[in-house]
Design a protein around this ligand. Structure first.
Ligand SMILES: [Zn+2]
Length: 170
C-alpha cells in the first residue's frame, strides 16, 4: 500500500474518506456499498457453532464469487455490529480472507485458519471503531461518547498490544 507508513489513524481516515457513510448508519447499506465496489456480494452469516465455541467471534471467508462475513450471534446487537465492522475493516484494508468453498449453495466450508498479523488486527479494529464514531452522531446517540475523547482513548488503547479487546502488553 502506498500509505503503509502513515499512522494507523491516517490510513483509516484515507479509507473512510473514500466512503460515503450514511446517517443514520446502516450496516446493510455499508455492506452493499463495499460489495458494489468490489463487484462481489457480501453475505452476513452467524458463525457455525464449532467456530463460536473455539472462541472466534468473527471471520471473513472468501469463495470464488462471494465474501462471507461470519459473526458471533449470541451477543449484544452492538457487539455483533462491531464484529461485522471489524471484518469489513479487513476487507477494506485489502487483507487476505480465509478461503472458503461453497458446496451446493450452502454456507461455505472454511479452509484454513485466521492468521492476521497484529498490525492487520489493529487496522481492522481501528477502522471498525472509526466507522462507529463517524456515524454515531445520529445512529447510536446513547452509545456515542464525544468523537475526540473516544478517538483519544482508542489510540492510547491501541498503543499497547491489542487483540480482540484484550490488552496483553505484547
Ligand atoms: Zn481481525
Amino acid at each position: 500500500m502506498p500509505y503503509r507508513n502513515l499512522s494507523l489513524r491516517r490510513r483509516c481516515e484515507m479509507i473512510l474518506g473514500h466512503m460515503d457513510l450514511t446517517h443514520p448508519f446502516s450496516l446493510d447499506t455499508l455492506c452493499a456499498r463495499i460489495a458494489d465496489r468490489r463487484g462481489r456480494p457480501i453475505r452476513l452469516h452467524p458463525l457455525p457453532r464449532e467456530a463460536a465455541e473455539s472462541g472466534v467471534c468473527g471471520l471473513w471467508v472468501g469463495t470464488d464469487t462471494v465474501d462471507y462475513v461470519f459473526y458471533e450471534a449470541h451477543t449484544t446487537p452492538l457487539h455483533r455490529e462491531h464484529i461485522i465492522l471489524h471484518e469489513l475493516g479487513h476487507i477494506l484494508f485489502g487483507h487476505h480472507s480465509l478461503e472458503g468453498e461453497e458446496i451446493d449453495g450452502q454456507t461455505p466450508v472454511v479452509l484454513g485458519r485466521t492468521n492476521y498479523t497484529t498490525r492487520q488486527e489493529q487496522e481492522a479494529e481501528m477502522l471498525a471503531s472509526m466507522i462507529r464514531i463517524h456515524t454515531s452522531g445520529t445512529g447510536h446517540p446513547r452509545t456515542a461518547p464525544g468523537p475526540r475523547g473516544a478517538l483519544a482513548r482508542l489510540e492510547s488503547a491501541m498503543g499497547m498490544g491489542y487483540e480482540r479487546g484484550r490488552h496483553d502488553g505484547g
